[in-house]
Design a protein around this ligand. Sequence first.
Ligand SMILES: Nc1ncnc2c1ncn2[C@@H]1O[C@H](COP(=O)(O)OP(=O)(O)OP(=O)(O)O)[C@@H](O)[C@H]1O
Ligand SMILES: [Mg+2]
Length: 310
Amino acid sequence: MPQYWRPSCTLGEGAFGNVHLVQAKKIIVDEKKIIQNEFVTKIVKMTPAALDDITREIEVHQNAKGHPNVITPGVVYIQKIDIGFRVQMALEYASLGDLSLFCAKDKTENQIAYVCRELIKALIHIHEKGIVHGDISYKNVLVAHSGTIKLSDFGMADIMENTCRPGRRTFGGTPGFIAPEIINRQGYDGKADLWSLGAMALSFVKRGNAFRQGLIFDLQTYRRQISENYYPDIENLNITDDFREFLDDLRQYDPTERSTAQELTLDLFVQDSCSRRHFGEYYTKLRHRFGVDNPFPTDVRELEVPVTND
Ligand SMILES: Nc1ncnc2c1ncn2[C@@H]1O[C@H](COP(=O)(O)OP(=O)(O)OP(=O)(O)O)[C@@H](O)[C@H]1O
Ligand SMILES: [Mg+2]
């Protein structure tokens, strides 16, 4: 890590690595001034055998960038260490963190529709580029200080050329969110992300993973549910008909029966969303109320991710 990348706090501890905030100073020589810039580093330690997985994550994320609803990746450092490698990725900072708190607390349908609408924009973008994310869940969708929704964590992502081949083994992913065709190793495309989008929208209503039953909920339990074509009840939920139809579309076991991200832009539930500004203000307050604020960017301009080590 370059010396001037000084981590100021830990933002997340994932299954594979840790995510830290870096507050760096950027010198603009022409304008003779120094500005504070925030970004994130994700540090993953791995054995040589797992290096392919992280290389794929980096490559796919680099190809997916270039959209306001996708977290921008920056420079990557790979260092040799005793157990294998230490990989450090710079990422754009989303100061309102992931959607865990949104999932757990009170919210309106308009706010859920906003999250879905923005995520659909990200999905249209990555699917057009031939990329499947493969791990959409409320922990992998982040919120920037402005309230912009940002798709993150490309650890399970891959190009459709690879995902469409049946028999492909995948490790990881989030039980209760991964599409049946991934679990069943049938080969899959962008429609897998739409199943996950539906499962995430439902988790917002249920205030947690909607498939969870009992204390222990793991991939094996989820696999059994999928083998029985199970889906949590949506008929008796206290939601509008538009929302129910949206969920009904995405819970189809046959991926060809689900709408594409592009088709969902016309969906009535999605169209009735709150504004970005409203969402940003609401989520800032909510996080503050529950004492989970991250440091706020000092500069309200777009934050920059370092793409080189200077
Ligand atoms: N760019 C970011 N800005 C702010 N917070 C972030 C950022 N990236 C990640 N985080 C936080 O760190 C957590 C873990 O990050 P990420 O999902 O990328 O790592 P992971 O190792 O793949 O984790 P997991 O295995 O839990 O999915 C996120 O859920 C989020 O809370
Ligand atoms: Mg994650």
